[in-house]
Design a protein around this ligand. Sequence first.
Ligand code: SAH
Length: 393
Amino acid sequence: MAKKLPTVLLRSGEDRRVRAGHPWAFSNEIFMDAETKALPPGSLATLRAPGGEALGLVTFNPHSLIAARVLSANPEATVDALFIGRRLAQAAALRDRLVGVPYYRLIHAEADGLPGLIVDRFGDAFVVQVNSAGMEALTPILLEALEAEFSPKTIVLKNDSPVRELEGLKREVVVAKGEAGSVELIENDARFVADLSGGQKTGWFYDQRDNRRFMAGLAKDAKVIDVYSYSGGFGVLAAHRGAKSVICLDRSQPALDAARQAAVLNGVDKIVGFEKAEAFEALEKQKSRGFDVVICDPPAFVKSRKDLKTGAQGYRKLVRLAAPLVAKGGFFFVASCSHLVDPPLFAEQVRRGLRDAERSGRILRSSGAALDHPVHPSLPETAYLKAMVLQLD
Ligand code: SAH
């Protein structure tokens, strides 16, 4: 028989949100008696309404603001490798339908029923990011479930995100199976290279897949610059789809090396050039104007609420510096992955940057992350990516 789980009790009136389907309870909403406070971070627990009714099975961390994360609405659920395996299988079936090739974000946390967990798939290699104490405690059965579902060759625990500190977890990269290193992936029918242990985040940003395809569709015979190119997801694809010339610009040499490898793999290395530079400086210095397509996909400028104002202005500055490079009638892509910058604020910064640059134009498309990054309906704020495509006069 399953052993009885400890109770985490919601304070009076604090059960409404979870009853309505929200997957979190915050620490101030929980009745923190000595016993509850003493539960080891990451414990499985039964979340109960003030009257004692069981609302679900949660992972609990008394030291985190997001103290309880709902793992199952069924308080009686058994959390074992089969339980996790079912969620992995469901998520994989969705991706197989959405993406078609085994290169995708397999698990996008709450939206896939596994709070605190990110898994990116590169064929038979899996890169896992564990971002909660609850998922940390479940890692052994997660590894078991990955093994049972996919028999992976490689599993990397890329547990180096700063958010782990909010959960009291240390930042580390552990190769749980096989050998880490660079792998090839296929996206939009082109070949790319991701460094699974030494790269940024999981080694590849699948979230821009659809936006890359859209931009590549505008790039035939075009002169293109891909600013913040990382490993060439936009730029190399644009070359693959017939751009006349492409510059990939990034400050990271390893990222540019991977982009160069991708250019070679796709037979476009004569078309793509590489520039290692600080973006703002390079844009300011850029003599060459008249790019038909300018792509700017920067890192998050806003990392915490306290730098929302100055960080958000970074997007305005980026647009001010990049818009002058766009030829008359050319296309401009700009994105923000700062989750604290909401779509209206982002649109406002873009509008101001264009005005600063004295450019007019029209928004052709506003979009977000690719479909393998689903969003939990109660957590719309986790839809972090905003992208805009404009034509400039
Ligand atoms: N567009 C990429 C993802 C960009 S991620 C893609 O499609 O995959 C952000 C990139 O910006 C990283 O590669 C990082 O190395 C680079 N970067 C961060 N700060 C920078 C700066 N100040 N100047 C130039 N590149 C920078």
